[in-house]
Write a protein that binds this ligand. Sequence first.
Ligand code: PLP
Length: 429
Amino acid sequence: MSDLPHVPVALPGPESRALVDVLARHESPGITARRARQGEARGTGSDPIVWARAEGASVWDVDGNRYVDLTGAFGVALVGHAHPAVVRAVQEQAATLMHGMGDVFPNAPRIRLMERLAALAPPGLTQCILGLSGSDAVEAALKTAALASGRPGVLAFWGSYHGLSYGALAATAYKAAFRAPFAGQLGPHVRHLPYGESLDLIERFVAGPATGGEAIGALLVEPILGRGGQVVPPDEWLRGLRTLADRYGLVLVFDEIYSGLGRTGRWWACDHAGVVPDVLCVGKALGGGMPVSAAIARPDVMSAWGRSAGEAIHTGTFLGHPVAAAAALATLDALVAMDAPVRAREFEAVVRARLGSRVRGRGAMLGVETGSPGAGARIAGRLLRDGYIVLPGGVDGDIIGLTPPLCLSEEQLAGALDALEAGLAAESP
Ligand SMILES: Cc1ncc(COP(=O)(O)O)c(C=O)c1O
């Protein structure tokens, strides 16, 4: 049976519309209204479609339309939506131990997950702090870095997205609009330079107060910009940051929440440059759809926390949630079994063969350049009506991001590229 899209009901269908009426009444307008504005920009009407079901790379809305998902739902469904082994693990774990007890009483899936992450992470990174979201992992990493370096300052980069909780938002510099309303509440310890800034200038900046720099203790970097538009920095830049971190006693934190777990064609984006950070953040795809994340560090860095004096100073009610941990273990098994990095490289080869120089990024983390700011949203709207789900990306909204489930079929990919080419042609003057 074909797994191509099937969109018999005009978008958004009546069931979606009815549910979005309720949404508009009960969700903060800051969220709903944003969707409405994007919908208008995409020409899809002011309402989004409401998702009902997803499996593999297919998504159904509440009106019965079937789509092909080229986003992996923000990159979460790398292993595929509702992967059968992940679903089984969740069901079994939920029926056995639904919830653990944070830092007080550990549970076996949580322990096994950290053991597993240590085996998969770049060499030497063997100790974890688990979280529920990408922001959690970034904040755990930044606290760890502050303790290990003894310096509060963080250098992050423009265009980067690290999450929106306060600690993470202080570092996020993806678009000014995310920061501006809260500027007075964001920690002044985070400073920003352009992504890819010259290493000489970065060196002057981190060299210390004596030379006019800040008391920087951590470098926080996405080794490939994700939401910022799939920007791949030169390998030498990442290697240079490693050198600076070593020279000045800085903790090098790589945020691989988007780029990690095989997506770029290697298990970690930093593998392309042969650089090992001191702390690695992972999230999104890790839980196969369940919320779980981790900051993974070298033991000598993690040891800066000291021994727990009986009451952990970094924990949470749901820390090491057993159902999410069981899902993550099944997801990692499935990613290894499908040889995720190889699959990602195959995807990249097909897309590059069709769209050539418009394509940037690596593996299954690609950005297609539209050539015009704002065109990403219009093309995404058009593709949705054709049954293909993509997201606009890049700081100027000029990119179409492609971060699909790796189980995308050849037929689905070919159909998506046909639709994308038509969308790009329609935008050309
Ligand atoms: C690189 C990166 N870091 C952190 C985050 C934040 O993750 P979350 O939304 O789960 O808090 C994201 C989310 O898009 C991301 O792409």
